[in-house]
Ligand binder design. Sequence first.
Ligand code: ADP
Ligand code: MG
Length: 254
Amino acid sequence: MLVKVIAIANQKGGVGKTTTSVNLSACLAELGKRVLLIDIDPQGNSTSGLGINKASIKRCTYDALVNDVPLEDIILDTAVPNLKLVPATIQLAGAEIELVSIMSRENKLKRVLDKVKYSFDYVLIDCPPSLGLLTINSLTAANSVLVPIQCEFYALEGLSQLMKTISLVQKNLNPVLALEGVVLTMFDARTNLSIQVVDEVKNHFRSKVYQTIIPRNVRLSEAPSHGQPIIKYDARSKGAEVYMDLAREVSGDD
Ligand code: ADP
Ligand code: MG
C-alpha cells in the first residue's frame, strides 16, 4: 500500500483536531497500519496526549522545519505499537515567524517528510488553529485534508476560508491535494442544534462527510490527561468504538 499523508485541519480551535489526530492514528495502528503522527501545533497537545513528557523532548517539529534536522532523528516511539510521533513543543511557536525569511518556506515539511514517509502506511498531521505557515506546510506535504467540524452553532463559519486556502495551495504548491473528508465531532443527540448542524454540513459537503459521527463522550475528554489514546484508556467506551469505526472508514477496511 502506498503511503497516505493526511492533514487534520480547521483554523478554528477546540473543534476536535487533536482528539481526532491522536485517536484516529492509534486506531489505524490498531488495525495494523504503520502510522506516523506529526504534531505541528506549538501547543503540543497530540504530544502530551500520547504520554510524551515535553521536558524530555530533545528535538521537535521545529528542528525539522527550521534547522533541517532529519525526521529520523526526531521520531519517537509511543506506547501504541505501530504508532510513532514527531513531537511538538512550544518552541514551534517561533517557527511561524522564523520561516518567513527562509527559502521555500512552504515546502520545509514536505522535504523532510518525503525522506521517511515510505516507511509508513499513514502519516497524520495535527495542525494548529490558524492558516499560517505551519498549516500551509502541512497542506503542502499532504495528499489530503481531513476537516473536523464541531456540531455547534457557527459550525460552518470560517470553513470557506479554509476551502479557499486549500484551493490556493492546490494552485500554487500542491496540485494533488484533495479533500479527504469531513468528520462531525462532539455530537449531542439530545439537542436539535447538533442534528441541525449535521444536516447543514451534509448538505454542504455531501458524500465527503463520514458516516461515523463522533459523539460527545466524557472518556474522550479524560484520556489526554492520562497520556493515552482512547483505545488504551478505555477500549470499551463509546469514544473508542466510534474512532475505530472512523479508522475503518478512512482506511476502507470495513
Ligand atoms: P482542537 O485540537 O481542534 O483544538 P481538541 O481535540 O483539543 O480540539 O478538543 C477540544 C476540547 O474538546 C478538548 O478538551 C477535548 O478533550 C474535548 N473533546 C474533543 N472531542 C470530544 C468529544 N468527542 N467528546 C468530549 N470531549 C471532546
Ligand atoms: Mg489541537
